[in-house]
Design a protein around this ligand. Structure first.
Ligand code: SRM
Ligand code: SF4
Length: 586
């Protein structure tokens, strides 16, 4: 099989330059060339068009309403108040007056037009955030639990996330040349601290080489018992192992080969949970990230992008074979993994105080959408807080926001603003809604088959009736929706998952682990939105009546026989209990 088209585009791009400068200068269209659209992803930019307007524009013989989505990297999700204010300003100035907090602790702007793209990227960088490698076949934003109240341990985990992010950032000068050129002609300095393993690749990219990775790559650092970052969904993960007193990180269990994406009807594609590969010390952790990236670089499938993620490389090489290749590069062996336990993958809302007396407020932001409405001026409220807040903001992997590190003397002022803008009780909702997540989908996502963030809130309102009837208001059940099977809101790790098939039609999945440690299973195919509530009512009612003490919804639906447990990603599509076949054989 020939190399995939994207490999040719990377090869010809001169380290991600392509014809981007020419394309940006062309004012005859709001779009970029097809090949350049692939390259902009490495710069954190996606060309999109407003799908709500497609038909109208076609009829009017106009080109689609092109604009760009920009993703801003925020390692570990930590942003200063100044950075928040700047993101807010850019959203009002160049984007669609809204900020999206993503499922990977990043900011997204939607609706930036081509002629404003360069200015926007330049101004993002002025705020000391950037967009390079927010997308593309490289390591993306590195995630970390945003739990500042565990300060010492968390600080070390956060430092590792930042160090990995820096170490694996592409070194091409293209980003600076295209977006940050201030006319000085200054070259970007290439440094690696610690130095890279083995011989550097030729050219401008000592780690990635000219062809970068075969596919996207995602890394996370997690501190148990919180798995709010969904470590098992990542290509590479670090599980912090603490000393006996729980105050220091003695090392990390290393996980590899997680991922969510699949395609409907293609059983050779499947979500997969990461495996625990070994244990490394904090000093070895950075080198491990480089080794894993390089083994994937050299062994990942470059012919078929649907089979190119690390999860498929590991399926092919086997975990032991993959580990051996990493160890060859590292020059040492990984130790046996240490025991650990995760308890949940959701967020905890409201106030928490740390040992220094600093307070942290976790704010429920439904589906990560920060915008003003007549009823709820959330964006204005957060702007007012950012103007006075001396601590920081932390984006969670569940699309929520922590207003973190509030000194005792500042708490009353922040509380007053939270009250004034109705944020203080944003989490006075059912636990179902508080544990919900939806991807962007329509109208911007070019891959969406159905609605997601514009629909899930309404569906939850319907399901809340059942939840209240059953007395489950305070019982957390994770519920997630995506507009297609790519899995951007990690729906296969939710106890109830909806995955779009076509407008108003979803596959329904049940039975994932509450701690994000077991994949779900298909419960019903192609359910119309009008039927979802009636489909789930008996299952939720059964759970309320017949669950064991402390039993989670995801465990119950397996025990009660609604779905079989998914033990391995490669078995994700097996054991679907087809209701029609079951009815015939009964
Ligand atoms: Fe995603 C593609 C949005 C997290 C798996 N994702 C896309 C694109 C860029 C569509 C495209 O390629 O044209 C979406 C842009 C929509 C828009 O208008 O904004 C998109 N993904 C998102 C975000 C914004 C969803 C959200 O509502 O928060 C998340 C941004 C994360 C970030 O800050 O970097 C987002 N995407 C994820 C996750 C979750 C995660 O990483 O924890 C996954 C599943 C995990 C994984 O990677 O396996 C995910 N996105 C995908 C895939 C399928 C990858 C695969 O291996 O098959 C695609 C499509 C692709 O890559 O071909 C995709
Ligand atoms: Fe788009 Fe699909 Fe990702 Fe949702 S899951 S944002 S519809 S690619």
């Amino acid at each position: 099989m020939a190399q995939s088209k994207n490999e040719g585009i990377k090869d010809a791009s001169n380290y991600l330059r392509g014809t981007l400068l020419e394309g940006l200068a062309d004012t005859s269209t709001g779009a970029l060339s097809k090949d350049d659209q692939q390259l902009t992803k490495f710069h954190g930019i996606y060309q999109q068009d407003d799908r709500d307007l497609r038909k109208e524009r076609r009829l009017a013989k106009l080109e689609p309403a092109y604009s760009f989505m920009i993703r801003v990297r925020v390692p570990g999700g930590v942003a200063t108040s100044a950075q928040w204010l700047e993101m807010d300003r850019l959203a009002q100035t160049y984007a669609n007056d809204a900020l999206k907090l993503t499922t990977r602790q990043a900011f997204q702007f939607h609706g930036v037009i081509k002629t404003e793209l360069k200015k926007t990227i330049y101004e993002i960088n002025q705020s000391l955030l950037d967009t390079v490698a927010a997308c593309g076949d490289v390591n993306r934003n590195v995630m970390c639990n945003p739990n500042p109240y565990q300060s010492k341990v968390h600080e070390a985990a956060q430092d590792l996330a930042t160090a990995i992010s820096n170490h694996l950032t592409p070194r091409t000068g293209a980003y600076h040349e295209i977006w940050l050129d201030d006319g000085s002609g200054e070259k970007v300095k290439v440094t690696y601290d610690p130095p890279i393993l083995g011989e550097p690749e030729e050219g401008e990219e000592p780690i990635y080489g000219k062809h970068y990775l075969p596919r996207k790559f995602k890394i996370v650092v997690a501190v148990p018992p919180s798995n709010d970052v969904d470590i098992y969904a990542h290509d590479l993960g670090y599980i912090a192992i603490l000393d006996d007193v729980g105050e220091n990180i003695v090392g990390y269990n290393v996980t590899v080969g997680g991922g969510m994406g699949m395609s409907h009807g293609k059983e050779e594609t499947f979500p997969r949970l990461a495996d625990v590969m070994g244990f490394c010390t904090p000093e070895q952790a950075l080198a491990v990230s480089e080794a894993v990236v390089k083994v994937q670089r050299d062994n990942g499938n470059r012919e078929d992008r649907a089979n190119a993620r690390l999860k498929y490389t590991i399926e092919r090489m086997g975990l032991d074979g993959f580990r051996e290749e990493c160890e060859k590069l590292l020059g040492f062996k990984l130790e046996e993994p240490r025991p650990f336990e995760f308890e949940h993958n959701g967020d905890r809302y409201g106030w928490v105080e740390d040992h220094r007396g600093h307070s942290h407020f976790t704010l429920f932001v439904e589906n990560g959408r920060v915008l003003d409405t007549d009823q709820y001026p959330l964006m204005t409220g957060l702007r007012e807080i950012a103007k006075v807040h001396q601590g920081d903001f932390r984006l969670t992997a569940n699309q929520n926001l922590i207003i973190a590190n509030i000194a005792p003397e500042a708490k009353a002022g922040i509380t007053a603003l939270l009250e004034k803008y109705s944020m203080i009780d944003a989490h006075e909702r059912t636990a179902l809604r508080l544990n919900s997540m939806a991807c962007v989908a329509l109208p911007t996502c070019g891959l969406a088959l159905a609605e997601s963030q514009r629909y899930l809130p309404d569906l939850i309102t319907e399901l809340d009736e059942v939840i209240e009837e059953c007395g489950l208001r305070h019982d957390a059940i994770t519920i997630r929706m995506t507009g297609c099977p790519n899995g951007c809101a990690r729906p296969y790790l939710a106890e109830i998952g909806f995955v779009g098939r076509k407008p108003n039609t979803y596959n329904v999945y049940l039975g994932a682990g509450f701690a994000g440690d077991r994949l779900s299973k298909l419960y019903r195919k192609s359910v119309n939105t009008a039927d979802i509530k009636d489909l789930l009512r008996p299952v939720i009612t059964d759970y309320a009546k017949n669950r064991n003490e402390g039993e989670r919804f995801g465990d119950f639906v397996i025990r009660a026989g609604y779905v079989m447990a998914t033990e391995e990603g490669r078995d994700f599509h097996k054991d679907f209990i087809d209701p029609e076949e079951a009815a015939v054989s009964a």
